[in-house]
Ligand binder design. Structure first.
Ligand code: 5RP
Length: 223
């Protein structure tokens, strides 16, 4: 029986094998954030000469990439990326994701938007029928935390500020429990339209193109 840590290591290695054929010598790779991505960065390190550079979704991933000797580019200097690799807190069978457990959702959505493909990497425990058991992270401008919380409560959620946490953008995170997310794309638009919301952790308007899920029996691919 593999531990969750071993399952993450397996999918990190599988992701390296999956993305290397998509990269050319001048390619920039989009890199997400989280414990699974940390392992992906580690597994990628021996192959850093195979592509030009990375573009990262957090200070955490940037630091790890640089420690391994990768060049990390500012997104403003990058026009396109063949692939973006990131984890998820939940993913459904239609490749809609709920993300932001690590608080990097906004930069993740921005970097992913510049990539041609989003490859989600996770252990199988993240696969769900309906998103929303994991509290939905919403990044807000600090002065709007109370007004956004009232609007989220009106949508049926129970927002709680992630105490002591400030995002890489200077925002706050509201973790919203109690939402039954049966229409993820519609809810993503509704929440993103609330004044003061930077973005919410639903990735449904633009979900993953493929998911590599680590199971006790091996890697399962959803596409
Ligand atoms: C960070 C994220 C992560 O991708 C998500 O939280 C999954 O992390 P982990 O690989 O540690 O389970 O969205 O903002």
């Amino acid at each position: 029986m593999f531990t969750q840590q071993q399952l993450k290591e397996h999918v990190a290695q599988a992701a390296v094998e999956h993305i290397l054929p998509l990269l050319a010598a001048d390619s920039v790779l989009g890199v997400g954030t989280g414990s699974t991505v940390d392992l992906f960065i580690d597994a990628l390190a021996p192959h850093r000469e195979r592509f030009r550079a990375a573009c990262s979704s957090s200070e955490r991933s940037t630091q790890r990439l640089q420690q391994h000797g990768f060049q990390v580019l500012d997104l403003n200097t990058v026009e396109t990326m063949p692939v973006y690799v990131d984890g998820a807190d939940e993913i459904d069978g239609r490749l809609n994701m709920l993300k932001g457990g690590g608080g990097a959702l906004t930069r993740e959505k921005i970097v992913a938007s510049v990539a041609e493909r989003f490859v989600c990497i996770a252990d199988e425990s993240k696969l769900v029928d309906v998103l929303g058991k994991f509290p939905l992270p919403v990044e807000v401008i600090p002065m709007a935390a109370a007004s956004v919380s009232r609007r989220l409560a009106a949508l049926g959620g129970k927002p709680a500020r992630r105490e002591g946490f400030v995002t890489d953008n200077g925002g706050w995170i509201l973790d919203v429990s109690g939402l039954a997310i049966t229409a993820p794309a519609e809810l993503e638009s509704t929440i993103n339209d609330i004044p003061g919301v930077v973005t919410c952790g639903l990735f449904a308007l633009s979900g993953a193109d493929a998911a590599l899920l680590s199971t006790q029996q091996g890697i399962r691919t959803l596409a």
